[in-house]
Design a protein around this ligand. Structure first.
Ligand code: PLP
Ligand code: COI
Length: 355
C-alpha cells in the first residue's frame, strides 16, 4: 500500500541535552495516520507533520475507551545503525488487544511497513546518548461520533515517536514498590492481557496512593483473592528465590510482556531455573524472612530491567539485596541493552534493522 507523505513547513530543533530527555515529553516532526472505515478496511496511510488531530466531541473512544496501544523502541548503534527489538511481537500483541476490544485486525506487515517508513524519515531523531532511545507509540482508537455502546465502525491507527531516556528518574538504581491491597487492576476474563487505556486508568488510584507514600510504582495482586502477584503498573515482575527465577504465569490478567519473554529466554539460555507459576505475596514475605529472596526486578520496554530496592506490603517493608542491583538483574540489563544497542551479538534473531 502506498504511504502518502506530507512535508512539514519547518522542522523542530532536536533536543540538545539528551541526558535530560525523561520519558514521553518530546515528539518528532512526523506521525503516521491511517483510517479504518467499515466496508473499506484500513486505507490511505499517511505520514504527515506531527500535530493535533480533529475529533468529534462524540468520538466513541472518548466515552467508552475503545482504544489499544503498543510501546517499543528504536535504538542507535555505535556505527549509526537504527534497530528495533522484536517489533513483530508488538504488532502481534496489538492484534490480540484488538481482538479483545473488538477492533478490526490490522495487517501486521502493513503496520510494520508504516513504522519502517516513518522511522526512515525520522531516523535523525533516534538519540545518541547511552541509555536513550526513540520510544515508538502505535495506537488505535474508535472515532465514530455516536453515544450508543457498541464497537466502532471507524478508527484511526497512529504512530507517534518520542526520544526518551530512562522511564524511572532513578535510572538503573533500584525502585521502591508498594503492594496494593485495596484496589485491583484486572481480573481473569477481563482485559488485563490487552494493552488498552482502561487498564492504566484503573491503575492510577493505586499509583497515586503509592506516590503519597514515596513509592514509585504499584505491584498489583490478583483481582479475586488479592493473594497472588500479578504485575507492576508498567512492567512485569520477577523474583529470584534461592537461585530460582520465578515470575507470575500468564493467565489472562497481566500483560504478556515482550521483555518478560526475552528475560525468560535469556535466563534459560544461561542454565538458570526459570519457573512461571502462581506465586503469593505471602510466599515472597516468607522467602524474605528466611533470607532467600535474592533479587526482585521488573521488565518492560520503557523500564528495561528495573531492580526493586524496597517492597512494601501493608506494614512490612522488605529491603531487597541491600537496596542494590542483583547479579541476575545486572546481567539481564547488560545483555538486553547490549543486544538492543548492537554491542552484543544477537544470537536469538531479535533485532530488526531499519534500512
Ligand atoms: N505490564 C504492563 C502493564 C505494561 O504496561 C508493560 C509495558 O509495556 C509491561 C508489562 C511490559 O511489557 P513489554 O515488555 O512488552 O514492554
Ligand atoms: C512500555 O513499556 O512500552 C509501556 O507501554 C509502558 C507505558 C505504559 C509507559
Amino acid at each position: 500500500m502506498e504511504i502518502k507523505f506530507t512535508k512539514a513547513a519547518a522542522l523542530k530543533e532536536k533536543p540538545v541535552d539528551e541526558t535530560t530527555l525523561g520519558f514521553g515529553h518530546n515528539f518528532t516532526d512526523y506521525m503516521l495516520v491511517m483510517p479504518y472505515d467499515e466496508g473499506q478496511g484500513w486505507h490511505d496511510p499517511e505520514i504527515r507533520p506531527y500535530g493535533n488531530i480533529e475529533l468529534s466531541p462524540a468520538a466513541m473512544c472518548l466515552h467508552y475507551g475503545q482504544t489499544v496501544f503498543e510501546g517499543l523502541k528504536a535504538y542507535r548503534t555505535a556505527d549509526n545503525k537504527i534497530q528495533l527489538f522484536r517489533p513483530d511481537e508488538n504488532f502481534k500483541r496489538l492484534n490480540v488487544s484488538n481482538q479483545r476490544l473488538v477492533i478490526p485486525p490490522l495487517d501486521e506487515n502493513l503496520a510494520m511497513e508504516c513504522l519502517m517508513e516513518l522511522l526512515r524519515i525520522e531516523k535523525d531523531w533516534v538519540p545518541h546518548t547511552e541509555g536513550t532511545a526513540l520510544y515508538i507509540r502505535p495506537y488505535i482508537f474508535a472515532t465514530d461520533p455516536y453515544l450508543g455502546v457498541k464497537p466502532g465502525e471507524h478508527y484511526l491507527f497512529m504512530i507517534i515517536l518520542s526520544p526518551s531516556g530512562a522511564y524511572y528518574s532513578s535510572g538503573l538504581d533500584p525502585v521502591n514498590i508498594y503492594v496494593e491491597s485495596k484496589y485491583v487492576r484486572a481480573v481473569r476474563g477481563g482485559m488485563g492481557y490487552a494493552k488498552t487505556g482502561g487498564n492504566y486508568a484503573a491503575s492510577l488510584i493505586g499509583q497515586d496512593e503509592a506516590h503519597k507514600q514515596n513509592y514509585s510504582q504499584v505491584l498489583w495482586l490478583d483481582g479475586v483473592e488479592q493473594k497472588y502477584i500479578e504485575e507492576v503498573g508498567a512492567m512485569n515482575i520477577f523474583f529470584v528465590i534461592d537461585g530460582e527465577v520465578i515470575t507470575p504465569m500468564l493467565q489472562g490478567s497481566i500483560l504478556p510482556g515482550i521483555t518478560r519473554k526475552s528475560a525468560i529466554e535469556l535466563c534459560k539460555s544461561w542454565g538458570l531455573k526459570v519457573t512461571e507459576r502462581r506465586i503469593t505475596i505471602q510466599e515472597i514475605a516468607d522467602a524474605y524472612d528466611a533470607g532467600k529472596l535474592d533479587e526482585v526486578f521488573g521488565t518492560g520496554t520503557a523500564a528495561v530491567i528495573s531492580p526493586v530496592g524496597h517492597l512494601k506490603w501493608n506494614d512490612k517493608v522488605m529491603e531487597i539485596n541491600g537496596n542494590k542491583i542483583g547479579d541476575i538483574s545486572q546481567k539481564l540489563y547488560d545483555t538486553m541493552t547490549g543486544i538492543q544497542w548492537g554491542k552484543i551479538e544477537d544470537k536469538f534473531g531479535w533485532i530488526v534493522e531499519v534500512k
